[in-house]
Design a protein around this ligand. Sequence first.
Ligand SMILES: Cc1ncc(COP(=O)(O)O)c(C=O)c1O
Length: 382
Amino acid sequence: MTIESKLPHVGTTIFTVMSALAEQHKAINLSQGFPNFDVPDELKRLVNIHIQRGVNQYAPMPGVLKLREVLAEKIQTLYRLNVNPQTEITITAGGAQGIFSTIAAFIRPNDEVILIEPAYDSYAPGIQTFGGKVVPYRLAPPQYKIDWMAFGKLITDKTKMIIINTPNNPTSKTLTINDLETLNSLTKDTDIIVLSDEVYEHLVYDHREHASVMRLPELFSRSVASFSFGKTFHATGWRVGYVVAPEYLMREFRKVHQFNVFSINTPTQHALADFLEDEDNYLYLSDFYQAKRDFFLSKMSGSRFSPLKSEGTYFQLFNYSQISDKLDTEFCKWLTTDIGVAAIPVSVFYTEGAYSDEKIIRLCFAKTDNTLEKAAEKLCQI
Ligand SMILES: Cc1ncc(COP(=O)(O)O)c(C=O)c1O
C-alpha cells in the first residue's frame, strides 16, 4: 500500500533528538522545556486523597465542574472577565490538545492561518493536518517585535485564524495590551478566530502584566485561549490544561474534544480544583522563576554568550556569535557532545528553518540551582 503522508516534512522533533543526545552523552539537559524539580507536596497529597476516595471513573466531558468554577473565579479576579464555567471553559489534555482540537474544530482545507515566527512547533503540523495553509510572519532578533502594519498586510479573505503566544516560546518575549488592541482592530468585523496560547500566563517578569486576550472583551469574543497546569504546577507529565472561549466557539470546540479525548483524568482535576483555591499557589510563580532567571544569568555573566532579554516563560536565549560560526543546529549538537550541555537551536521554530545563521540558542532555566550552576560552569569554560 502507498501512503501519502499528511505531514511529509515532519520527523522526530528536535526536542526528542536533543534529549536523546543529552542522555547518550550524559549532558546536562537544558533543551526541553520541563522542570527537574517536583510538583508541590500538597498537590500530590490532594491527588492521592481523590484517588483513595474513589473518583476514578470518567469525568464529565467538559471537565469536573468544581474545577471549571474555580477557574472562572480566577479569571474574574485576574482579568476582570465573567466567563460561564458551564459553557465557556473546557478541561483539556494539556495545552497541546487544547491547541490541536481548536485547529481541528475550525480549520478547513486552504484556510490560511497566520503564525508569528519563531513559533512553538505544534502549530504548523496541526494546521497542515487539516489542510490549512501556514502564513508565517517572521520576527527579527534581538527584540522580536511585531510591526503590526506589516503583519496586517498578511490578512486576506482566506485568513481563518491568527495564532498568538504570550509569553512566547522560544523568544521569551511578551505582548502588551497595546499589541492586543491593535490585533483587535485588525480583526474587528472579520471571521478570523484568534487562538491565544497562554500556557506561560504565570511566568512574566519585571512587573509586567500578562496580556491575556481575556483582558479585552471584544477581542475575546472571537478568541480561544489555551492554558496548561503542567507549566503552572511543574506537572508537565500530568497532561492537564484548559481552554476558555465564548460559548458559540466552545460549542464547536467540544464537538471535536468529545471524540478526541472525551474527558480528562478525574482525580487530578479534583485535586487541581482544591489547590487553585489558594491563589498563593500560582501567584508566587513569577517571583520563583524570575529568581531562577537572574541566578542563571549571574552565573553566565563570565561567559562569551550574550543574553537576550527574557520577559517571561522559563527560557533564556543566548547569542553565541562571539564563540562560533557554526549554524545553530550544528552548534547545539557540538554543545551537547563536546561541552556537556544540551540546548535548542532557535532556527527550528521557523517553518522554513532558514534562519540557522542567526546564532541564537534557547536554554531552559526551570532547573534546580545546582543544575543551573553546573551548566553555567561548563558554558563559561568555552
Ligand atoms: C508555547 C507552548 N504552548 C503549548 C505547550 C504545550 O503545553 P502542555 O505541555 O500543557 O501540552 C507548550 C509546551 O512546551 C508550549 O511551550
